[in-house]
Design a protein around this ligand. Structure first.
Ligand code: MRU
Length: 354
């Protein structure tokens, strides 16, 4: 294997890399301890990487799956005698099953499938598939930049903010959704300090959000998830700013477990809640958050800590990794197409029609 083009250095904006026909992911399981890339050679390996959280965050999962389809197309064209379009289907199914909640996965796969339907059975699809995956990637970064500006404009005076999980460059094609807003607002002098929930059990806040913000020179203070309400009570925090994995047609928001509790506490303290997400995260086919499939992950994520069993033998586990924040607790949904204040079904419909 030619080691010369394996990325060795990376910032959070270069976590998904297609280079000279090879596909690499910055392995987020090891951050911030080590910056290590994993090369993915097949769509099946890509699906496993998504499930194992090598890459995570809704838009990043979608982009990764799109590149996974490129790998699938290359392989299907090479091996198939009966037409690559049917040979690719098993790989598409495997990618579709990698994680259930982030709708960007299904959105990106549908977009790649639509292209597959337009391509010729006889011709090598590799180039066309790669161009589409790269376009999805580029569009996501551009959307994040637009959301950054639009979200920052909502912050009326310099304040501290609280964020949850990681909705940064690592969770997207680059720049980030919630962290995109935070980056833009910080650059304008509108954010004094960022409080990041550690985000149990995967510690996306402590490991990833803190790493990203510090690389940008943005001060970050970690909170145990349970400390957020107490920090709100002390004052000085005007906004909770988060991303989303799926937003239903009525404006209900699925995001990392703990977001709902944060929004309830924010309401109590008169703090506003901003959800930054591209329109690829909006699922108008689901009337409300009740219909959003919530991923339940392995019990060991709670029973163990740092690879060591810590929970009492015999304890049961409930480990849903996302929750639903009702639209009535959300002050603004910020997308690349515009801002929806106090979201409801009608406003979401208008946004998506724009
Ligand atoms: O389980 P994860 O790490 O994939 O969950 C990610 C989140 O919940 C993020 O907050 C969300 O995807 C928004 S990412 C821009």
């Amino acid at each position: 294997m030619d080691a010369s083009n394996i990325p060795t250095q990376a910032g959070p904006d270069d976590a998904i890399v297609w280079r000279d026909g090879r596909f690499f992911l910055l392995d987020q399981r090891y951050l911030p301890e080590r910056v290590e890339f994993l090369e993915l050679k097949t769509a099946a390996a890509t699906a496993r990487a998504i499930h194992a959280m090598v890459v995570r965050g809704a838009p990043a999962i979608g982009i990764t799956a799109a590149y996974g389809v490129v790998l699938a197309g290359v392989a299907a064209y090479r091996r198939s005698t009966g037409g690559w379009q049917s040979a690719i289907q098993a790989d598409l199914d495997e990618l579709r099953q990698s994680r259930p909640t982030a709708v960007n996965l299904f959105w990106a796969l549908s977009r790649m499938e639509a292209l597959i339907g337009r391509l010729s059975q006889e011709r090598d699809p590799s180039d066309a598939l790669l161009q589409e995956a790269m376009l999805i990637h580029r569009e996501d970064v551009a959307a994040n930049r637009q959301m950054g500006e639009a979200g920052a404009a909502l912050i009326a005076s310099t304040t501290a903010v609280i964020t949850h999980c990681n909705a940064g460059a690592l969770a997207t094609g680059g720049y980030g959704t919630a962290l995109g807003v935070i980056r833009a607002a910080y650059a304008k002098g509108m954010i004094r300090e960022v409080f990041a929930d550690e985000t149990r059990p995967w510690l996306q806040g402590a490991r990833l959000t803190a790493w990203e913000l510090l690389q940008d020179g943005i001060p970050v203070t970690l909170l145990a998830d349970g400390a957020a309400a107490s920090r709100m009570a002390q004052g000085g925090v005007d906004w909770v700013i988060v991303g989303s994995d799926r937003i239903a047609a009525n404006g209900d928001v699925a995001n990392k477990i703990g977001t709902y509790g944060l929004a309830v506490a924010a309401k109590h303290h008169g703090i506003k809640v901003m959800v930054a997400a591209p329109t690829s995260t909006i699922d108008m086919s689901l009337p409300s958050g009740r219909e959003i499939p919530i991923e339940v992950r392995d019990a060991d994520e709670l029973l163990c800590y740092g690879g060591r069993r810590v929970a009492a033998q015999g304890a049961g586990v409930w480990n849903p990794v996302f929750d639903i924040t009702p639209a009535e607790l959300v002050d603004a949904i910020v997308t690349e197409r515009g801002v929806v204040r106090s979201p409801d079904g009608k406003k979401m419909e208008n946004l998506m029609a724009s």
